[in-house]
Design a protein around this ligand. Sequence first.
Ligand code: SAM
Length: 234
Amino acid sequence: MIQNKSNSENDLTWDEIGVPASTRFNDPYFSRDDGRAETEHVFINGNRLPNRWPKMSVCTIAELGFGTGLNFLETVRQWNEIKPDGAQLNFVSFEQFPIKTDDMRKALSQWPELDKLAAKLGELWKLEFEILEEEFSADIRLVVFMSDANVRLPQLELAADAWYLDGFAPSRNPELWNEELIRTVFEKTAPGGTFATYSCAGFVRRNLLNAGFTVEKQHGFGAKREMLSGQKAP
Ligand SMILES: C[S@@+](CC[C@H](N)C(=O)[O-])C[C@H]1O[C@@H](n2cnc3c(N)ncnc32)[C@H](O)[C@@H]1O
């Protein structure tokens, strides 16, 4: 279902290995060391999803920053391998500056294992919209709010089992890591729910702790020494 068309420009630059960066934020969308492997390490394993999925009949993942859709597609790929029979995945994401479909296709083209899923996402992403709400497959529902997460998230009824906190670098995109938004993320987390992020910036860690999450430092991906993950008390 496509609702309320809108338009928002977002120009990209590309490095020599095909990683896109935002000109608005002057920061890449994913790691130059292999974005797919970063998604697996930071977000999927950081939220311990491969251990949790076999015991879940419904899993709701929420994300700040849909970007190229890489996190979503790699999550779908792994979910399809692990999910219990009859289980449902809900993926809810926020994106204030959606990229063009051709840019999305180009960004995702470096991973043959995501080809089919990327083609499917590309078909859904054709138009400009404010809310994308689709049955991506029989057991996967995708909702992307094409607006500022600071505005949209507080309005939603949501109890996420896992959060992917994936704004651009906190120094360049502080509006996606601010104290009030992180408090709202905590409020919109199910008891026992988790978060993971590639960032270990001091103010991000403090905002997560002040909101009520337990916070742990983990080994980061690629050149990043550390990352953060944590939990809301069960
Ligand atoms: C590092 S990229 C996300 C990469 C993405 N998860 C992926 O798999 O490709 C950060 C994203 O956050 C978006 N963003 C920045 N500020 C935002 C805001 N206030 N609300 C919603 N999205 C925002 C950017 O446009 C960008 O797409």
